[in-house]
Design a protein around this ligand. Sequence first.
Ligand SMILES: *[C@@H]1O[C@H](CO)[C@@H](O)[C@H](O)[C@H]1NC(C)=O
Ligand SMILES: *[C@@H]1O[C@H](CO)[C@@H](O)[C@H](O)[C@H]1NC(C)=O
Ligand SMILES: *[C@@H]1O[C@H](CO)[C@@H](O)[C@H](O)[C@H]1NC(C)=O
Ligand SMILES: *[C@@H]1O[C@H](CO)[C@@H](O)[C@H](O)[C@H]1NC(C)=O
Ligand SMILES: *[C@@H]1O[C@H](CO)[C@@H](O)[C@H](O)[C@H]1NC(C)=O
Ligand SMILES: *[C@@H]1O[C@H](CO)[C@@H](O)[C@H](O)[C@H]1NC(C)=O
Length: 509
Amino acid sequence: MSQSVVEGARTVKMLSGMARPAMALLLLGAFQVHQVHSYVAAVVEFSPDGITGPLVPSLIFSNNLRRYEEFVVDARKTYAADIIVFPEYGLTTTYTSNNRSLALEFAQIVPDKNDNIIPCTAYNDTFEYEAVRRLSCMARDNGIYLVANLIEKVDKPGAGVLLHNTNVAFDSAGTVVSRYRKFNLFGEFALNLTDISDISVFDALGARFGMITCFDLMFQQPAVELVKTYGVTDIIFPTAWIHELPFLTGPQAQAAFAYGNQVNVLASGYNEPEAGHTGSGIYLGKTAGDLFATIEQNVTSKLVVAEVPTQISQKLKTQIVNRNNIERNGINPFAQKPVENYMLITEDNLQDYTAVPVPKNMLKGTIQACDNMLCCNLTFEILNKDVFNFHYQLLAFDGIRTHLVGRYETEMQVCALVACADDTKLSCSNPFTASSYSELTEFGHIKIEAEFKSTLLWPNTVDADTMLPLSRSAYDFQVDNTTNLAVLERSEPITNVHTFAIYSHDYIK
Ligand SMILES: *[C@@H]1O[C@H](CO)[C@@H](O)[C@H](O)[C@H]1NC(C)=O
Ligand SMILES: *[C@@H]1O[C@H](CO)[C@@H](O)[C@H](O)[C@H]1NC(C)=O
Ligand SMILES: *[C@@H]1O[C@H](CO)[C@@H](O)[C@H](O)[C@H]1NC(C)=O
Ligand SMILES: *[C@@H]1O[C@H](CO)[C@@H](O)[C@H](O)[C@H]1NC(C)=O
Ligand SMILES: *[C@@H]1O[C@H](CO)[C@@H](O)[C@H](O)[C@H]1NC(C)=O
Ligand SMILES: *[C@@H]1O[C@H](CO)[C@@H](O)[C@H](O)[C@H]1NC(C)=O
């Protein structure tokens, strides 16, 4: 397994490392002295030991913890990171999610933040404290905020042993500052749910952080509540996502949440491409909308590092995140080609969608697709067209979607322009390689508009070439909060459009 760094992020870090002291001085006059203007975040795309067996808990813990420590040291020493985030199941493998006896063998006791405990120094030699203690020591020894996900064990009188999918956050002294028990389990039949959704918020580094995990991203509780009710500005998101086209490949969903809810998202992905798990990134949804993301088709563990402006530091953003500089140096993180041989991408079932093909004989115009109460308008202009391979369709959906063989049902609404493999609507969920995007087809203008039931909407995009979402500055996205009219618009020429959509899931109420 290789261990490397997203090259773009390396450049960004170097730029900001140089820019920062000067800017800090400059800003002292304008702002109050105590305010932090940005912090450096590191997220780890991580392929744990144990995926290929054997599943001996003590061995897997010690190997993965040792590898975590290497990333912590690198993030801190090389990139001066202030916070590092590790993925869901990164210490235990996903095998623990559906095997309770295995999960029990890995389970750890996680202190409550109100206990104000530093597990590193409150030493307890038993195995069920080992991972938490080691993580606390990593945070403390390196002076860095650290978030990791593990299986938590709770002895609840009368209920027996409960097991949770838990994120634990340590401050730079190793103190447990927050704990979050995943509320929206995706299967994970070995684990237990909390009765009400856990709210995990902590203030640090000039931001207000809140934690959610993987499938939580799709639901109001607690993800949206953290933002709307608790004022969270930065979401910490350990995940073991499974890619799904056309709307939910990993970074696509991460960016959509960040831009739809106007928060920064620090997403750390479990890496097992064959099972559809990969995708990590840092998304600046609170400010400029830049993104630093990676999707890995081969087994990989690596760091993504970026400077994250906090709210008051708007002025810094162009200094810190300058895409032109990255490209001039020849290191463009957005320039990888899809291969897909080693990576699973599952397909959404679009049976109940309404689909209207973009007419093959039109270079500009407006078309409409309606489904139940939702009518989506697409206005388009095409500059160049691959006439032999053009199967763009406008999709509309207003209804109930299920996940995991009917286990979860949610109300949703979608308007989408998608590059499909042929003229049937089911082909709109086919892999990138089968689809008709083609570099030859260039749109000069794309506008999608509709009146939705909710104003909680995701601008949902993915580029077929990079398999990554467009950055927020690549389009306009407006939602009128009195009429619920949403408009997603790109007015500059663009190729490789795979998905360009407005997406609302469980956000109807
Ligand atoms: C569950 O894990 C145990 C080890 O604790 C193992 O012996 C067993 O084979 C696993 N069960 C399945 C179905 O994989
Ligand atoms: C360590 O934890 C175990 C299990 O919770 C407990 O029985 C034991 O007393 C603890 N040891 C110390 C030194 O605190
Ligand atoms: C916890 O989950 C296990 C496995 O699904 C289940 O058997 C047990 O009843 C649950 N405990 C509670 C209190 O819900
Ligand atoms: C993935 O691994 C295969 C087989 O080792 C190799 O041929 C291919 O170039 C790798 N792809 C990437 C994107 O690194
Ligand atoms: C969509 O187009 C139809 C027909 O041109 C028009 O009546 C309607 O107002 C448009 N809706 C939106 C939301 O733009
Ligand atoms: C609606 O949008 C306006 C202007 O952006 C804003 O001032 C107002 O607070 C919003 N209202 C609600 C209910 O979000």
